[in-house]
Design a protein around this ligand. Structure first.
Ligand code: GLN
Length: 303
């Protein structure tokens, strides 16, 4: 497959979408990001690497971090994890409170904010130094020690994080989380603030293609657990746009409001794309279009 040419062709073809949408400005530090940036990187399980444009520029991974947190949670808790968080698509926005009230504090899935906040709480309870463990895990997955939190982004999100504060309070009320709400919230914001490039993300997500034993920084997953993690990405990775992504792209994936999207073609490759301008559901417009074209041109999807 001529991936390099395909990535370059895709970039040309998505130009009519440049300028559509805006970067996430509800997080003040992200409002300062130049919205007109784009990068894409694809890495195969055979060690081939393809990229185009700003594939090495680091950006805020935001909700893509929820996949790393879920992997750690599954490794620590196994099937018991599903006692504190569900695995059904929510059909609502990533920061919605609606179901949380009706369903008495058990979040629908690990990829909406409520679900990731519950996993953050569990990681605080289980790990001696959750900040270091989370970073070590990502550094090992991507093979790059320089990956780090961006504290300015984390603090800035805390400043305006009214909805997430409401979510953590409702979870605490229902007894779903054990630790101090401020500690949980700040750990969640730090996880979201991690900065990685498309190349870093594609490398890290190769581990989720499920073609080699998974053992990173002491966190192990069986191949059956990786399969299930991909299933949750497929059904819940894009919140109330999970059906649309599945329909257009046909790969398990995860987005973040920093404009990044990662997708996995099991046993074959992982691909990461980034462009900060988002659609109203919080997903990158050029990112989604790129992956739709990638699986259309290559005819490679899980379906
Ligand atoms: N940190 C962001 C938030 O909590 C993550 C949301 C996202 O990337 N979809 O709002």
């Amino acid at each position: 497959m001529e991936y390099q040419k395909i990535l370059e062709d895709i970039y040309e073809e998505i130009q009519p979408f440049a300028g559509m949408g805006n970067q996430a400005d509800y997080i003040p530090a992200l409002a300062k990001v130049n919205p007109d940036q784009y990068g894409i990187a694809l890495k195969t399980v055979n060690g081939e690497s393809y990229s185009h444009m700003q594939a090495d520029t680091r950006f805020s991974i935001q909700s893509i971090s929820k996949v790393f947190a879920l992997a750690m949670g599954l490794s620590l808790k196994g099937e018991d994890l599903w006692k504190i968080v569900g695995k059904e698509p929510s059909g609502t926005a990533f920061n919605s409170l609606v179901q949380l009230e009706v369903e008495k504090g058990k979040p629908r899935n690990p990829f909406i904010n409520a679900g990731a906040i519950v996993i953050a709480d569990m990681l605080i309870s289980e790990l001696d130094d959750p900040d270091a463990a989370f970073l070590n895990f990502i550094r090992e997955l991507s093979g790059d020690e320089s990956i780090d939190y961006n504290m300015e982004v984390a603090e800035s999100e805390r400043e305006k994080g009214y909805l997430n504060a409401a979510i953590v309070n409702m979870l605490k009320y229902h007894g779903t989380i054990k630790n101090d709400i401020e500690d949980v919230l700040m750990f969640y914001f730090r996880m979201c603030s991690v900065e990685m490039s498309c190349a870093d993300l594609a490398q890290a997500f190769l581990a989720f293609t499920n073609c080699a034993p998974f053992d990173y920084a002491g966190f192990r997953l069986t191949s059956s657990q990786i399969k299930r993690l991909n299933a949750v990405m497929q059904t819940c990775g894009f919140y109330d746009e999970a059906g649309e992504f599945s329909y257009l792209v046909g790969l398990p994936g995860k987005s973040g409001v920093g404009g990044g999207i990662v997708a996995v073609y099991p046993m074959r490759y992982s691909v990461a794309v980034w462009s900060p301008r988002l659609n109203p559901k919080g997903n990158s417009i050029m990112g989604m279009k790129s992956l739709e074209l990638l699986t259309s041109y290559t005819q490679e999807s899980i379906f």
